[in-house]
Design a protein around this ligand. Structure first.
Ligand SMILES: NC(=O)c1ccc[n+]([C@@H]2O[C@H](COP(=O)([O-])OP(=O)(O)OC[C@H]3O[C@@H](n4cnc5c(N)ncnc54)[C@H](OP(=O)(O)O)[C@@H]3O)[C@@H](O)[C@H]2O)c1
Length: 250
């Protein structure tokens, strides 16, 4: 259990909503210095004001390389290091396989995979010389199994995040820097209203909302296992059970 993150410098992307916002608050409650990044300054500021500790609001589109570099730069300027990066920003894509169009697929790839790769590279530039650091990639149970129909594009990018992180784990051996992959299952956040195909996705999500985890449950589950020996982190029992169930069937 991560009881204390006293003075740990944590960057959380996608901190303006859902899991990222809950994690920002939970890290702050444990004494972390939290940099909150997402595109909406207004929503970030609201989350920051609900954090008890020191925060930094950094409006940032993670798909833009310059903005990723600036994000890490302003954190270094303020606090001198990055101890933990949480690559959490992400969107969904709900559509039948035949309806997936190339432009939207590229847009999904930009946010859910290329930005994760790029942010990880930016963090490594400062973590490797320091010989310490932790990178948490928020993937999904859908990065390991196929937990639902009509989300093949999303499953593909989340599987890519898991695969990239497996490779990174090997590359980081002996460097003092670690990577973990967080695999939440259905979680009640703005995710179902924000992604590609959101209208249809929300309708489906509304039918199972009663069976979802809350963002706070996911954040607490992440913190319980942050920095543990586990590579794949299931933040809740529901996420682990869903993984075990779908491993058999999908
Ligand atoms: N909810 C679920 O059921 C579920 C299940 C498994 C995994 N996940 C994963 O959990 C992560 C968080 O999702 P959530 O459920 O908390 O969804 P959410 O409430 O919609 O939050 C997504 C966050 O990502 C940010 N974001 C989106 N595009 C961005 C961009 N280009 N640049 C910077 N920030 C961007 C959004 O902020 P702005 O719009 O302000 O930029 C928002 O803060 C995602 O990676 C998602 O794939 C979610």
């Amino acid at each position: 259990m991560t009881d204390s993150l006293d003075q740990q410098v944590v960057i959380i992307t996608g901190a303006s909503s859902g899991i990222g916002a809950a994690l920002a608050r939970a890290c702050s409650q444990r004494g972390a210095l939290v940099a909150l990044a997402a595109r909406s300054r207004e929503r970030l500021s609201r989350v920051a004001s609900s954090c008890p500790g020191e925060t930094l609001v950094v409006p940032c589109d993670v798909t833009v390389a310059d903005e990723r570099r600036k994000l890490v730069g302003v954190v270094i300027e303020r606090w001198g290091r990055v101890d933990i990066l949480v690559n959490n920003a992400g969107i969904g894509y709900y559509a039948s396989f035949e309806e997936v169009d190339e432009a939207s697929l590229r847009a999904l790839l930009e946010v859910d995979f290329l930005a994760v790769f790029g942010m990880t590279q930016e963090a490594l530039r400062v973590m490797k010389p320091a010989r310490r650091g932790l990178i948490l990639q928020v993937a999904s149970t859908g990065g390991l199994i196929a937990h639902a129909p009509s989300v093949a594009a999303y499953l593909a990018v989340k599987h890519a995040v898991v695969g990239m992180s497996r490779g990174l784990r090997r590359d980081l051996e002996g460097t003092g820097v670690r990577v973990q992959v967080v695999c939440p299952h259905l979680t009640d956040t703005g995710f179902f209203e924000a992604g590609i195909g959101a209208e249809a996705m929300k309708e489906v999500a509304d039918r199972v909302r009663g069976h979802m985890d809350t963002a706070d449950q996911v954040a607490e589950g992440i913190l319980r296992q942050m920095g543990s020996e586990r590579f794949i982190v299931f933040p809740t029992d529901r996420a682990r059970s869903a993984y075990e169930h779908f491993l058999e069937v999908a």
